[in-house]
Design a binder for this molecule. Structure first.
Ligand code: NAD
Length: 260
């Protein structure tokens, strides 16, 4: 489906990967909804897209709050007429060895990644069904949807869980034109990754340079970080894909850090 005039909601779109996905979808003609915790930050991104000739609208949304999700998705559908694309991207990272991993942190991680994906899907899919046009749901997974790393028990568990959710949504939504896929990036230099470099160095007893060289990029084919643009291009490809031939899949964008 062409993205021209399609309506795309992107969660966690005020920063990093989500922001670039929103900018890319807008550049390809979609009307984009910038959903994030801070309305002010979301508005800054929306204003910048509108100033550049795109069409964007900001909503305040905590993806773990069912009422806030429903309110934000309904406001988006009212503003732009429908929902055609959902990029469930909002995420956080907390690293710790499992013996020190606070139960409250575990629950917070699963909530943001999994409750957030469930609630936004539940809210958006009704609009996709009622428009009669179907749609495309894209979950921001990770190489950690397929592979494990030390210190990331909750993150790896949550990101693996998104594969299961996407497959169910693909099966349920298929007959009504809704596709669901997972994009799985390698390490991308965003605030989420910058924060964990010193944290991993401390926990693993190595330098920050070693975390970057060995933990983050050691298994890549070329020692390069994945970029926000690499991920946004993949999201735009999935959002605009024309048929249900591509559904229930995950696409790994990681410079070979993980190969399926
Ligand atoms: P980021 O910190 O730059 O951006 C995350 C955004 O999500 C922020 O704007 C934040 O406010 C928002 N957010 C956090 N909790 C939220 C909530 N409860 N409700 C609504 N918004 C919330 O991080 P990023 O690196 O761009 O990460 C985006 C996604 O990509 C995450 O799901 C992350 O797990 C995934 N990912 C990142 C990398 C990486 O290397 N950066 C790799 C693979 C996957």
């Amino acid at each position: 489906m062409s993205l021209k005039n399609k309506v795309a909601v992107v969660t966690g779109a005020a920063s990093g990967i989500g922001e670039q996905c929103a900018r890319k979808l807008a550049a390809q003609g979609a009307k984009v909804v910038i959903a994030d915790l801070s309305l002010k930050n979301a508005q800054q991104v929306a204003t910048s897209i509108n100033d550049g000739g795109g069409s964007a609208f900001a909503v305040e949304m905590n993806v773990v709050d069912e009422e806030a999700v429903n309110r934000g998705i309904d406001a988006a559908a009212e503003k732009f007429g429908s929902i055609d694309v959902l990029v469930s991207n909002a995420g956080i990272q907390i690293v710790n060895p499992i013996e020190n991993y606070a139960f409250s942190d575990w629950k917070k991680m699963l909530a943001v990644h999994l409750d957030g994906a469930f609630l936004t899907t539940k809210a958006a899919i009704g609009h996709m069904y009622s428009s009669g046009r179907g749609g495309s749901i894209i979950y921001m997974g990770s190489v950690h949807s397929h592979e494990a790393s030390k210190l990331k028990s909750a993150y790896v568990t949550a990101k693996h869980g998104l594969l299961g959710l996407a497959r169910v949504v693909a099966k349920e939504g298929g007959p009504r034109g809704v596709r669901a896929n997972v994009v799985c990036p390698g390490f991308v230099r965003t605030p989420l990754v910058d924060k964990q470099i010193p944290e991993q160095a401390k926990e693993l007893g190595i330098s920050e340079e070693e975390v970057i060289k060995h933990v983050m990029l050691g298994d890549t084919v070329d020692g390069e970080f994945t970029t926000v643009d690499d991920v946004a291009n993949t999201v735009a490809f999935l959002a605009g894909f024309e048929s249900a031939a591509l559904t229930g899949q995950s696409i790994v964008v990681s410079h070979g850090w993980y190969m399926q």
